[in-house]
Design a protein around this ligand. Sequence first.
Ligand SMILES: [Zn+2]
Length: 115
Amino acid sequence: MMDSDDAKQYENMLLGILAELRSEMNQEIDETAPVEVNGSMGRVSRGDAIQVQQLALEMKRRREERILRVESALMRIRNGTYGICVRCQDPIEQGRLNALPDVLLCLECAAGSPR
Ligand SMILES: [Zn+2]
């Protein structure tokens, strides 16, 4: 079980990540706007625009997933289960949490099960 000073530290890290992800999200709203069909762009550049849009949508999707993970990590801090592997219930390595505070699995479980 993690002591409350450590938990507070991870909570601050997670809140920082969350703020960063949300500000990125606000900046990228325009890039995921629908591509103009009857624009003056040629066929090729319109295809490029669609690719850029799909990439932006993919990044947006990943960002939303990460936001959910960070939020659930914050919830786990509050209910005292933070830092516990969701699969094997062993404590997650401290260095791993420092690098990826929203991680759900310990190193062993993550290595044994590529997502
Ligand atoms: Zn595990």
